[in-house]
Design a protein around this ligand. Sequence first.
Ligand SMILES: NC(=O)c1ccc[n+]([C@@H]2O[C@H](COP(=O)([O-])OP(=O)(O)OC[C@H]3O[C@@H](n4cnc5c(N)ncnc54)[C@H](O)[C@@H]3O)[C@@H](O)[C@H]2O)c1
Length: 413
Amino acid sequence: MTNSTRRGFLRQAAGTAAFLAYPHARVLGANNRVRVGMIGVGNRGQDLLEEVSAVPNTQLVAIADVYGRRRDEARKKALGILTFDDHRRLLDIKDIDVVIVASPLHTHARHFLDTLAAGKDLYSEKTMTWSIPEAEQCLAAAKQSGRVVQIGLQWESSGALQDARKWIKDGTVGKVTQVESWMSRNTPHGQGQWVRPIPSDCTAHNVNWSAFLNGRPDRPFDPYRLINWRLFWEFSGGNVTENMVHQIAWIMTALDLPLPTAAFMSGGTFSEKDGREVPDTIAVTLDFPNDLVVTWQSTFSNSHFGLGEHILGSDGTIEHGWGASDMVNGEEGEFIRYSPEKVNRPHGTALTGKTPDQDHMTNWIECIRSRKTPNAPVEIGYRSAIAVHMANLAYRHKQRVTLEMARSFAPEF
Ligand SMILES: NC(=O)c1ccc[n+]([C@@H]2O[C@H](COP(=O)([O-])OP(=O)(O)OC[C@H]3O[C@@H](n4cnc5c(N)ncnc54)[C@H](O)[C@@H]3O)[C@@H](O)[C@H]2O)c1
């Protein structure tokens, strides 16, 4: 990307509205109904539609989606809602208080900034943004706006995270110099992970294609890219923005970590060579200040170990896992446990975490009423976004990338 395209790109991402003063929104009392709008009601958006509809005293008023089929599906799930193919029409509605964004990654920053500029509180799916400059803009806008922002990093509301934080704060883990983490999946031979079929009504007539492109170079309607945007760098960050982001946010919150100082990422498209650009086999190393290295690895052609994190301390170990194959019982559910290191805690006892999860959507709605900070605020959305973008930049530039280098690279399609 040239410098002038880069400047154009940044202007595009910001929109002009983000530089205006942030309007005051309606003050909601404990009994006021929270009126909700949604941008992007595909796979994840329809789950979130059901989640927010289940929170007492909320009302879904309108949704915006570029694809007619998704608008029809949403209308069936929430009778009487308004529907739009352009998110700006939804944001024009004065009595929508809050907005949920579950659109593809390359549109998150636009929807984030426009929602705040319209004076509404925001729930934005992860990863917070597609690029580092966008993450900087969204962080600044969220702070300036004073709106309640929850990022769709729902593990930040998990009981296991509370357990891990407590054990670390209590000193039972000691000095942590290394964290190992991984996430693995498998698919039947010949069926690449994430690849979705194209519905027969996915035609130029039924899709607001220019709104989907959101400033990416114009081209004729391409239903494969609309449906399978995850496979292409222009719209996606691959598995580090889809899944590593959840785990790195969890690790950063557990250990109160600042931004990484450097990242390296190797791997490639090894599982199914189906034309995707983003790698399906990944090994990431992140360096943090104060003597800590975090690794994350991922494959799409073996699921035996599910996903998890090992926090390795001089005085003890925290193991958190989910979905590993259990030889006896099938799949093992979520667990978190602590084991003392006998050399430094000879009388320490093993612990199992039992703190219940909070509902992430309910936490957001409660914070909209109380104006408290939600469990996954913009700061963790920002830090986790920077970490995963550093990893992708290292992969794409084929070199170890420091934070300063990552900030200086122009975003690349
Ligand atoms: N938190 C989680 O556990 C979790 C799980 C899955 C997906 N996600 C995130 O949710 C987001 C959506 O993923 P998905 O699997 O639902 O994708 P999807 O393709 O199924 O849904 C995206 C929807 O956005 C619509 N859309 C595209 N451009 C738009 C625009 N400019 N304005 C309005 N609508 C637009 C599409 O038509 C589609 O209906 C991604 O950011 C993904 O990372 C989060």
